[in-house]
Design a protein around this ligand. Structure first.
Ligand code: PMP
Length: 308
């Protein structure tokens, strides 16, 4: 079970974590009518600082998710950032953490509720988080028998809590069969992403990822990886990927806020490349892990530094 940091933002104020409770009838609980974000903050023991990674971008996507489902929030991005940083200072974490803002339909009315005239409620909580999937071992994946939600069914570029039943089904199938993670295809059979990660492959020295129009979440780590790759002159393509290209890729990796960058050793029992971390993945991992901790001058604008 996860342990959470002692303070949360709940019902308009900073409160102890045990106060953050809602009734069983809550619409978001019943129907998944909520949107969320997941932000990492990295702790530097020597400097006693936290580096919060791309907080502006995460809140921008959070507000875009609300816009997609046509719901208001009575906080703008600046206020959300201010509250989050205030909460961080109050929680004073001494480890790498994960921040979870959650906007939800707090109504206890019976029917699914996305009323225009009623704002969503907002809560923000935090927890220590190490590796979500192994980063160094090489993960073993399977192509899921579940399809990724399509944008016209449940908007896939929005981080909607109800849509995570799709991730949960795929993850359950994969882990019960002994794999670390699932890769989901779109309804028309192209590669979309992992259950909570975007996916990249390398073929003939080119870094390739599905376009954001292939039912993927518009990942902030994905965007960062593309930028890093371009900056170190790795040719990059965002294009539709066939399932069988996965099997013959030279390298493959998953990326996301939780997973960071985890290289893939196997897909459906096929060894990817030489079954080792590939050179392009290694370069990107090293640069990424340095950048998120605020150690790369060029990418310091991605990091919000907080003294704790
Ligand atoms: N796809 C899905 C379905 C996710 O849940 C996540 C995690 N937020 C990602 C991709 C990666 O997105 P990000 O890099 O913004 O965390």
């Amino acid at each position: 079970m996860n342990t959470y940091l002692p303070f949360v933002f709940f019902q308009g104020e900073i409160a102890p974590v045990h106060k953050a409770k809602v009734p069983i009838m809550t619409n978001a609980l019943q129907y998944g009518t909520g949107v969320f974000a997941g932000i990492r903050a990295y702790y530097n023991k020597d400097k006693k600082i936290l580096s919060v990674f791309r907080i502006e971008d995460h809140y921008q996507r959070f507000l875009q998710s609300l816009k997609i489902i046509g719901v208001n929030l009575s906080y703008n991005d600046k206020e959300l950032i201010r509250i989050t940083l205030e909460l961080l200072k109050k929680n004073k974490p001494k480890t790498d953490i994960y921040i979870r803002p959650f906007a939800y339909a707090g109504s206890t009315n019976l029917s699914p509720n996305l009323e225009r005239d009623k704002d969503f409620d907002i809560a923000i909580y935090m927890l220590p988080l190490g590796e979500y999937l192994p980063i160094n071992k090489g993960v073993s994946t399977m192509v899921s028998s579940w399809r990724r939600i399509s944008d016209n069914a449940i908007p896939s570029r929005a981080k909607i809590s109800g849509s995570y039943i799709n991730s949960a089904l795929a993850r359950k199938e994969a882990t019960e069969r002994g794999f670390d993670e699932a890769i989901l295809l779109t309804e028309d059979g192209h590669v979309a992403e992992g259950s909570a990660e975007n996916l990249f492959i390398v073929r003939n020295g080119i870094l390739i990822t599905p376009p954001v129009t292939d039912d993927t979440l518009e990942g902030i780590t994905r965007r960062s990886v593309i930028q890093l790759a371009q900056d170190i002159k790795i040719p990059t393509e965002s294009r539709t990927i066939d399932r069988t290209e996965l099997y013959i890729a030279d390298e493959a990796f998953l990326c996301g806020t939780g997973v960071q960058i985890a290289w893939i050793a196997k897909i459906d029992g096929r060894t990817i490349g030489k079954g080792k971390r590939g050179p392009i993945t290694k370069k990107l991992q090293e640069l990424f892990f340095s950048a998120v901790r605020g150690n790369e001058k060029k990418y310091q604008s991605w990091c919000t530094i907080i003294k704790t």
